[in-house]
Design a protein around this ligand. Sequence first.
Ligand SMILES: [Mg+2]
Length: 494
Amino acid sequence: MNKQRNPGESNNGGGSGWLDMISMAIRTPVFDHHRAIYTNRTMRFGQIDAVGFDFDHTLAIYNNEALDALAGKLVADRLVEHEGIPREWLEGLPDLSFAKKALILDIDEGVILKTDRYGHVLRAYRGKKKLTVSEKRRLYGDRDIIPHVTDGDRFIQVDHAFSRPEILLWTALVDHTEAGERRTVWEKIRKHTDTIHRDGSLKSVITADPQKFIFQDPRTEALLNHLRDCGKKVFLLTNSEWEYTQAMMNTVLGRDASRGDEWLDLFDLVVAEGGKPTYFNPAAGRTAKPGIHEKVLLGGNLTEIEECIGCTGPEILYVGDHIYADLISSKRNVYWRTMLVVPELEDEMVVQSAMPGLVRQLREVDERRITTEREVMHWKAVEACLQSIEGVVDEERNGVKKLRLECHDARKNASDTLKAFIRQREELRSKLSTATNEYWGSLFRAGNELTHFGRQLEDYACAYTSRATNLLFYPAGHYFRSTMDYLPHELESM
Ligand SMILES: [Mg+2]
């Protein structure tokens, strides 16, 4: 299992405080690609007048192991107490790396899926058992699984970092559940998960000991100051309640709790209880209630943010970790620029860096496979053509026979080479995939294609990065330039 990285840990062989800060700041993202910001759509940072941040899993970096253990226990207790589920069914959960972001649940069949961008099922588990190719084919055939689009609510994409305990509990329970009952079991887990988030039972434990659940990143405060020093407005837009945000923010910033709400000085505006994704829809008609401080609003809709900070549309960059609530819904309703925080990006890049040359080798083998595949098709076509020749006169017969033999040998050689490339490619892929995540492989890639999540990332995130604080490495006028997007025919002529 990949160990979660503590963002507060120095990568520079020691140092702390101002020295650590300067040391980090002088390392340009060109060289530290794990911490770079990657751009899908070109963005001039100088034209961004306001930067907004989500709170949970964006500014607030949770210790996932501690948080998931707590949430899992609270939900398990409720399932035992309120639903009569035997305690032993909820023991022996898979490890945390099984519950990956962006998996798709088939709640009728009790199956967890990973699909490519077209919805083709790549991997699937029912409970803890990995489905074979024939089992996958029997269940899904060649159909495309697109969550939120097909079969009503049968397929659900799990986007939320808070959802990991639900996946682990459901995986454990599916093994004890008959077909036809799995949707009900999932709905019970959902109901009790919502309850522990809503009734304060989860948050009261976290706020009682915030340091146990938060990894402090000393760069967070430096980033907020840096943005405001550059003349940009800074706001917070979170779904969390004001009381929770207030109780946690000092810990997130590495400040002493006795400093109360001084942290508000770092922001131009704070919106708590935002209710995203509805927040991004002005037509929903929600209006904000004033908070306890002049800078704080509770609920409302995005036009109130735009009015308060005096910026609109593409002048605003919003940074969040939830692909749907933070990015897709804002992109569909307004024209704010978006940046997705994906901690898994850094994990995957670290794995790739530890296997130098493997990704390049994989690409080279794949390119040679494609060329050899064409060669095999060519020889097959020529062979078929030679076989179809009829009425050969005696003096030509030997010549045709010789050609057929040459063609057969060439096709066989190419086929053998192709098989070797395919085998080599699968070995390399499997090595990389297992090192990334032994159950699911990469969050972004599924074989030759992007995953469903990878496609959403490409479509809705103007930029993406592993931590919000990576913005600190970029000057206020930086030009985030997207890489050239090529169609297959353009690649062919390179
Ligand atoms: Mg969040």
